[in-house]
Every structure is written in structure tokens, then in C-alpha cells.
Design a protein around this ligand. Structure first.
Ligand SMILES: Nc1nc2c(ncn2[C@@H]2O[C@H](COP(=O)(O)OP(=O)(O)OP(=O)(O)O)[C@@H](O)[C@H]2O)c(=O)[nH]1
Ligand SMILES: [Mg+2]
Length: 661
């Protein structure tokens, strides 16, 4: 069956992304042709292109077991296979978080599975993803649905291990073990998942266009793998939380919602979607359709109220009937399943939201560069026009006038050179300032804090220990961020003063230097802190004092904070390298213009023929500069144009303004 509107939207999204890549590459070519690109700028452009190419739309599915997550994934994305691609069965099925995507670097389809024993290692899953030897790989033969389906069954494999082993892996907890409750003793063997994480690369159209689907197991498994709540869900573009219409909001649904979903995506624009699945269980053949609809509506409203979400965010559907409707090409059944309404939301809200984010990023990364170059060109245009006027006015003037102009130019040049010297001093000052700032952000500083925290927690992997550890950790990390922020402020003032001086004293165009702010890193740190607090207070951890989970949580937390610091550090470095560039370029250009002017005046004083030659030359330069301004303005237009069907460009401009402040 043909894919629907989400597919079309994704296709135009991909086309739009490719057009942007093309425009940025043209800009890169333009910079090269004009020998204007600095090494940092080239790197930034390269990184922006890579990020655009690798851009993905991740949709995560979260719920207690058996709510129909996997069935919904099959129905939304893989109905065209005419069968269930991912195994979905009654009872607990999906045993480990499973990511479905398309890996363009690897020709064949595959599943990579991370053995459960890796839970004993200190690396996070994100880190292990860079370490292929830890994963077991199975090739998928896409032309053989049976082989694919069998291979995908690996994901749900479990095995029996001795109790001690299960404890060591942090996968046994007496208080939630039904066997213990029934028999009053611990079992000898415990069933555990065979794999810890699965990555499936599959050449499916939607996946090829950059869709990533994250299927997750139920509550227990969520609690077992803090990295899911801490890293994977927050970075998804949308999270679908599933309920089942036949059970309503149960106690464990609520627990999952409170501890793993709501805190992660608290803001209204975070694309948190509640799916009330299995509405077919309410289809009672003895009732007419309006009373069935009324009971579905009542369920929808009461679920919304229990979860405290806007009812428009709750979608009643039947994944199973939706899948069946698609497979059998039964439009009536499909409509009745209400799956198309959810698809419409994905296509019309989630995806355009993603486009907006990508575009805002792009505007803040590349927009400034294009603007800088436009300013430079505009300034060149004005200078050339001024020179032309000056030279034209010299036609028929005597030598005295020219000598007078030369003397004036020399004086201007001398003042200017003195100022350039003082600029070099400011630069040295700036370097010292920058060193202090980077020192507070250094990985060494953070690693010292991490080992201090680890020491304070060793032998005390309890929630009380975690509380102490977290206090040390977050106090230290916040402290560092504050220091960075105050250094950044001082650096900013120094830079502004330098820019201002050249603008006021030498008429260089007014440029607002790009600014650096740690605000978004501090916000993210705060989010992690809140996340850690929720975790610490969650009943699972306080009741069982599971040292394993606490330790794992700590590992994820540290790994996430490390990458946060790394990113902040990288950004600060790039900023410091780039921030003076526009001014340096203006200074160079100004210097060259002055020299050229003096040289021209000298030549004219020697031979009047030079005057007309030079006037012609400047005229040609002016035309070339105008042409280049046109080219850059067109590029700027492509980057800044809002997409059809999304909010206006105002948001992007706001974001850009924020990036500058
Ligand atoms: N009646 C009905 N049953 C459904 C629907 N969606 C899923 N199911 C059934 O519910 C059971 C569980 O579905 P799954 O898709 O495996 O649920 P899950 O949320 O992935 O569960 P775990 O993988 O165990 O976490 C299966 O037997 C499905 O056939 C639906 O819309 N209506
Ligand atoms: Mg499942």
C-alpha cells in the first residue's frame, strides 16, 4: 500500500535539506574563489553541511508493556510490508530499546545487538555505539521477509541466568518479583533479556529519508536503563506515550508517565503525544456508532485529565485495525481506526517543527557568516564609490590639490597604524581573558570533579549516597558554569570596546560581534539536575535501594554532563577563534584601501594619464562588488526563507538575535 502524507512531507523535507546543502556549498565555493574563508569558517561550514546531511527525525514510543507500541510502529511506518515487521505479541514482548533507522554508510541491512553483559561495563550506550566490537551483527536479507522476520525475533530473546548473575546485572529485584510474592523465596534462575540494546538499519523509504523510530520496553526495563530517560527520550523530536483504552490509565501507566515521560518533556512545544490505543475494544456491535464515539470521547477526556494534558494531545486509535486496514486496503476500517488522524498530526505538526529547528540552527551557524561577508562587501562598495567621486573631482585640478590630499591621507594612515598597534594589545589581553574562560570549562576540571564525586560515593551506591554525590557534582558543575559566564561577560566587554573604537575612530562599518553565552548549557545542566532529583525520589529507587541502578544512573549522568561540557568548550573555542575575524578583515581591507589610495595619488601627481585608467579600474571593481552582493543576498534569502506551512521567519530572526546577544 502507498505511504501517506507523512511520506510526502518527509520527501519535501529531504528535498529542502538538500537545497540548503547546495546553497551552503555554493557559499563555500564563493568564499574560496574570493580567498575569504578562514580555517575556522571552513570547519564550521563543513560541520553544518555534515549536520544537515546526518539530520534525523526521531520518534520514540514509550509505554508500559503490551499497550501496543510495536503494533503502532508497524501500523504507522511498515504496513506496506503486508505483515508485522517488528514482533508484537500478547504479554511482554520487546525486551530491549530498539532503534530503527537507515545507515547510509553500510550497503546491507543489519541488526546490531548489544549483549546484556555490557551492563557491567562503565561506558554508556552512547559511548558503546562507537565501539562496534561490543555488538553482535546479523545481516538482514531484505528480499527474504522470512529471514528478516526471524532475525528481528532476536530482539525479543530472553534467557535464564542464575539468581546471583541477575543480581550482578542489576536485573533482579525481590519487591517486584511475582515468584517471590507467591512462594516467599527467591527463584534459582531468573529470566533476563538476552540483549541490552538493538540497532536496526533497514532500507525502508521513510527511514532512508531520515526517520528514526525508537521502540522501548515497559516500565521495569525503563527503570533499569536510566540512559533512556536521561538521554534518549529528551533528544527525540517527538515522544508517543501509549495507553490502552480497555485498561484506562493504570497505576503503572501513571508511574511511567510521572517518572519517565512527563519530566522529560515538560514544555508545551515538546511534541509529547498521548495515544489511547485499542479503541476497537470499545467497538460494541450492540451499540450504535454515536454511543461508541461518546464512550471513546469520555475515555479520552478522562485520560487527559488524569495525565493533566490538553485533550487535543490525546489521540484515540486502534493500531491493530489501522494496520489491518492498510494491509487489506480497507479504507473504511482504516478510517474507523483513526490512525490517519495521528498521521496527520505527525505530518503537519511534528515534522514542520523539526524543520523550524533545523533552519534556526542553520541561521545561527551560517547566517552570521553570510552577513559578515555582506557587510564587508557593502563597505567595499561604499569605499569604492567614495574613491571614484574623489578621483572624478580631481579631473582638471592642479598639483597642489593632489599634494594636499596626499598629506591628508598620510596623516590618516599614521593615526590608523597607531590604532592597529593598540588593537594588537587588546588582542593579547583578550587571549589572557580567553585562557581563564577555557580553563573553567576544561575537561580536566570536570574530570577532577567527577572523580571527587565518585570517591564520595564509592561503597555507597544508595539513593542517600547518590544525593550526597549529586550535591557535590551539581554544585561543582554549576560553579564552573558561573565562572565561565562571568569570564565570558568580561571577554564580551573587551571585544565590544575594540569593535566600537574602530567604528567610531575610523569609520569602519558597525559590526555586532558574535556573542557566546552559556545559558543553554546551564539550562541543560539544570534539566539534568531535575531529572536526577526525580530519579532519586522515584519509588523504584527509594524502595529498593538498587545500587546497580544508582550506579548506572550516575554513569549516564556523568557521560551526559561530560558531553555537555565538551560541547560548551568546543563552542567557546570556536567563538574565541572567530570573534575577531570580521574586525581583522575590515582592518586589513581598510589598510589596503589606504595604501592603494596613496599610491594612486602619487601616480596621478606624476602622470595625469593615470587618473582616467584608475577611474575605469574602480568602475569595474564597483560592478564586480555589486554582482557579488547580489549573489550573497540570494544565498541569504534561501537560508532565511520560511518554509511553506511553518511559522514565519520571525522566530528564526529572534533566535538569531539571541545568538548574537
Ligand atoms: N485489540 C487490540 N489489540 C492490540 C492493539 N494494538 C496492539 N494490540 C495487541 O496488544 C498486544 C501487545 O502489543 P505490542 O505491540 O506487542 O505491545 P508493546 O507495547 O510493544 O508491548 P511490549 O513490547 O511488551 O512492551 C498484542 O497482542 C497486540 O496484538 C489494538 O489496537 N487493538
Ligand atoms: Mg513491543
Amino acid at each position: 500500500m502507498k505511504q501517506d502524507r507523512l511520506d510526502q512531507r518527509l520527501a519535501s523535507y529531504t528535498a529542502w535539506r538538500e537545497k540548503l546543502v547546495q546553497t551552503i556549498q555554493n557559499f563555500q565555493g564563493w568564499l574560496e574563489d574570493n580567498e575569504l574563508a578562514s580555517a575556522e569558517q571552513e570547519l564550521r561550514i563543513f560541520e553544518t553541511i555534515e549536520a544537515l546531511r546526518k539530520d534525523r527525525l526521531t520518534i520514540a514510543f514509550v509505554a508500559e508493556f503490551s499497550r501496543g507500541k510495536t503494533e503502532l510502529i508497524n501500523a504507522l511506518f511498515f504496513a506496506n510490508y503486508g505483515q508485522r515487521l517488528l514482533p508484537s505479541e500478547a504479554g511482554r514482548t520487546t525486551m530491549c530499546p530498539t532503534e530503527l533507522f537507515h545507515d547510509p554508510d553500510y550497503a546491507e541491512a543489519y541488526i546490531r545487538l548489544l549483549p546484556i553483559e555490557t551492563r557491567l561495563r562503565d561506558e554508556s550506550i552512547a559511548e558503546l555505539k562507537h565501539d562496534p566490537i561490543r555488538w553482535t551483527q546479523i545481516q538482514l536479507n531484505v528480499n527474504d521477509p522470512k529471514q528478516v522476520s526471524q532475525a528481528l525475533h532476536e530482539v525479543i530473546k530472553t534467557r535464564q541466568v542464575p539468581l546471583a548473575k541477575a543480581r550482578e546485572l542489576g536485573l533482579y529485584d525481590e519487591s517486584s518479583d511475582p515468584y517471590f510474592r507467591a512462594h516467599g523465596k527467591q527463584p534459582e534462575q531468573v529470566e533476563v533479556p538476552h540483549w541490552r540494546h538493538a540497532m536496526i538499519s533497514f532500507p525502508h523509504e521513510l527511514l532512508k529519508k531520515g526517520l528514526v523510530v525508537l521502540d522501548t520496553p515497559g516500565l521495569n526495563a525503563m527503570g533499569n536503563e536510566p540512559e533512556l530517560t536521561l538521554n534518549m527520550l529528551p533528544s527525540a523530536q517527538a515522544v508517543m506515550f501509549l495507553l490502552a483504552a480497555d485498561t484506562g490509565v493504570t497505576h503503572s501507566d501513571m508511574e511511567m508517565w510521572e517518572h519517565h515521560v512527563r519530566t522529560v518533556r515538560d514544555q508545551p512545544d515538546q511534541n509529547l503525544i498521548v495515544v489511547m490505543n485499542k479503541i476497537d475494544t470499545l467497538w460494541d456491535e450492540l451499540k450504535d456508532s454515536s454511543s461508541i464515539n461518546a464512550s471513546i470521547e469520555a475515555q479520552r477526556l478522562s485520560s487527559a485529565e488524569q495525565l493533566q494534558v490538553d485533550p487535543v494531545r490525546v489521540f484515540p486509535i486502534s493500531a491493530q485495525k489501522g494496520l489491518l486496514g492498510k494491509v487489506r486496503d480497507n479504507a473504511q476500517l482504516l478510517k474507523k481506526s483513526r490512525l490517519p488522524e495521528l498521521e496527520k498530526f505527525l505530518a503537519e505538526t511534528v515534522l514542520p517543527g523539526k524543520q523550524e529547528i533545523v533552519r534556526n540552527n542553520l541561521v545561527s551557524q551560517i547566517g552570521g557568516l553570510v552577513d559578515d561577508n555582506l557587510t564587508l562587501l557593502e563597505n567595499r562598495k561604499n569605499k569604492t564609490t567614495g574613491q571614484l567621486t574623489e578621483l572624478r573631482s580631481l579631473r582638471g585640478k592642479n598639483a597642489d590639490v593632489i599634494m594636499h590630499l596626499m598629506t591628508k591621507s598620510r596623516e590618516e594612515q599614521a593615526t590608523y597604524l597607531r590604532n592597529v598597534e593598540s588593537f594588537q594589545n587588546s588582542r593579547r589581553l583578550l587571549q589572557n581573558q580567553a585562557r581563564n574562560m577555557l580553563e573553567s570549562l576544561s575537561m580536566d576540571t570536570l574530570d577532577r570533579l567527577i572523580s571527587k564525586t565518585r570517591d564520595s560515593m564509592t561503597n555507597s551506591w544508595t539513593t542517600a549516597g547518590l544525593k550526597r554525590g549529586m550535591e557535590t557534582f551539581f554544585d561543582g558543575a554549576r560553579d564552573s558554569m558561573e565562572q565561565v559566564s562571568s569570564h565570558a561577560e568580561q571577554t564580551r566587554m573587551l571585544i565590544r570596546a575594540t569593535y566600537k573604537k574602530f567604528h567610531e575612530e575610523h569609520g569602519l562599518p558597525q559590526i555586532t560581534p558574535k556573542q557566546y553565552s552559556v545559558a543553554r548549557f546551564s539550562t541543560e545542566l539544570e534539566r539534568l539536575y531535575q531529572e536526577a532529583e526525580t530519579f532519586r525520589r522515584s519509588p523504584v529507587t527509594t524502595m529498593t535501594e538498587q545500587s546497580y541502578v544508582t550506579k548506572r544512573f550516575f554513569i549516564s549522568l556523568v557521560s551526559h554532563t561530560r558531553s555537555l561540557f565538551f560541547k560548551a568548550n568546543q563552542d567557546a573555542n570556536t567563538w574565541l577563534k572567530e570573534v575577531m575575524n570580521p574586525l581583522v578583515r575590515q582592518i586589513k581591507e581598510h589598510k589596503a584601501t589606504m595604501e592603494k589610495r596613496l599610491e594612486t595619488l602619487r601616480r596621478i601627481s606624476e602622470s595625469r594619464d593615470t587618473l582616467e585608467v584608475r577611474i575605469k579600474e574602480l568602475g569595474a571593481n564597483l560592478r564586480e562588488t555589486r554582482k557579488q552582493i547580489d549573489t550573497l543576498q540570494q544565498m541569504n534569502h534561501t537560508i532565511n526563507t520560511p518554509l511553506p506551512g511553518t511559522t514565519s521567519g520571525a522566530d528564526a530572526r529572534m533566535e538569531k538575535a539571541e545568538a548574537i546577544v
